[in-house]
Design a protein around this ligand. Structure first.
Ligand SMILES: [Zn+2]
Length: 83
């Protein structure tokens, strides 16, 4: 195998971009560029409503209200739910 391919397998070069990665070679292929993209995708969407009691997040008031009913039934729900 070529030198670049060996360096990618050792983790010296980014397996996607081929760029040199700082630090020691871990001995397996890696890609900080791809990892950064994945972290960005996994980040929670902005504008979600957090539960004030347990920090779980919801896209809308209905989700939060249902969560309150299921997980915190003794607490007064902070959002008004239409019947
Ligand atoms: Zn909660």
């Amino acid at each position: 195998m070529g030198d670049a391919a060996d360096m990618i397998l050792e983790g010296l070069l980014d397996e996607e971009t081929g760029e040199l990665i700082d630090g020691e070679a871990p001995g397996y292929p890696r890609s900080p560029a791809r990892d950064a993209r994945r972290r960005l995708r996994r980040r929670k969407p902005a504008g979600t409503t957090p539960c004030p009691l347990c920090s779980k997040r919801f896209r809308g008031d209905a989700g939060l209200a249902a969560h309150y009913q299921a997980k915190h039934p003794t607490e007064p729900c902070p959002v008004a739910v239409r019947p």
